[in-house]
Design a protein around this ligand. Sequence first.
Ligand SMILES: Nc1nc2c(ncn2[C@@H]2O[C@H](COP(=O)(O)OP(=O)(O)OP(=O)(O)O)[C@@H](O)[C@H]2O)c(=O)[nH]1
Ligand SMILES: [Mg+2]
Length: 378
Amino acid sequence: MSRDRKVIVLTPPGRSAIATVRIEGVDALLDVCRYLSTRKGNPVNITPAARPILARLKLPLGGSEEVVLHAASGECVEIHCHGSPLLVEQIVDLFVQMGYARESVEAWIDRTESDIIAAEARRSLCEVLTFRGVQILIDQYRGALKGRVEVVQHLIQTKNMEGTIELLDELLRWGELGLHLVKPWKVALVGPANVGKSSLLNRLVGYDRAIVDATPGTTRDFVTAVTAIDGWPSELCDTAGLRQPQDPIEEEGVRRTLAVADAADLVVLVFSCADPWSKDYDSWRERWPRSLVVYNKCDLPAAQGDRPAGLEVSAVSGHGLAELEQEVVNRLVPVVPSPGTAVPFTDRQIRLLRQTRDAVLRGDYSEAEKHISTLLGH
Ligand SMILES: Nc1nc2c(ncn2[C@@H]2O[C@H](COP(=O)(O)OP(=O)(O)OP(=O)(O)O)[C@@H](O)[C@H]2O)c(=O)[nH]1
Ligand SMILES: [Mg+2]
């Protein structure tokens, strides 16, 4: 019986402002109505497909909760409630006790979505970190990527090597951006001790995430904070200052700094305007040649001598911080896809696009077609 009666939490796990619980079953609406009342305690009747209504839902542990309800039909009701996991669990329990089977959102998507790319988009939409990401994923859900992949398929069938490679390159160009809609870009703040790396992290995320102190060597381990820069999810990582370690803990801190910087999508090399350029710094620029050079403390008198070009900022006065953010974005996302652009956004899609490209370059069109069919879920 419970096979066709389902309760699904549509919103991702964890705390959020609002959670949505979907109830599916022949008597879904009747079952929900049994536990509803108006604020004054009167019964509530919902008309299927009508506008959402506000009501109180009686809870198994006692008391009631104000919820917004929408019944798409008599067999499907969505309950929008406060996002507290405790409340969500109580609502789920209420229906489980009535014989409804709990279904994961992934299983629900697989059951209700026949198009594999649309299903991936719906799954990614559960994890997406910013509104920009939502817009791009909705385009893919509506078929932007699928449409272009079908064109690739046609080009393969007509053995058009040049056209296929051109289109595959156009799609793969957005791969990195697509993957970073649910996984933030990693930006490491690296540099000598005491130049203001932790102060910059705090300014960029807007709260005091890292300890700041006038003593060099304050940050011993790396400290991360996820934020959005111009709408792109970014994990900023403040690191221990690079200097001759004074003790084994600092030595480990420096080792971690190097590892974090090597793995980052972007290294921001932070120096101080007030310190003269040192020969050591050249080796860091060689190690991370694509790094962004920043001179902090530009509110202080500048040190004498030459130094490489870089952005002048001040974590204290705020000077240059908007330009710094803009430059970080320019490095991570130099071109923004226009609305409706086909953007691959999962490892699976990107791997299959690359495999298709390799096969086409080898002239193996049947292998290429196999990969494209897999990508389309055929
Ligand atoms: N005048 C001035 N002082 C700054 C600025 N940014 C940071 N400071 C000061 O410089 C000192 C060091 O700042 P931190 O942010 O702790 O420097 P850090 O690079 O993280 O230092 P370590 O963790 O030791 O490597 C503190 O006293 C800050 O208040 C700035 O833009 N101007
Ligand atoms: Mg620090």
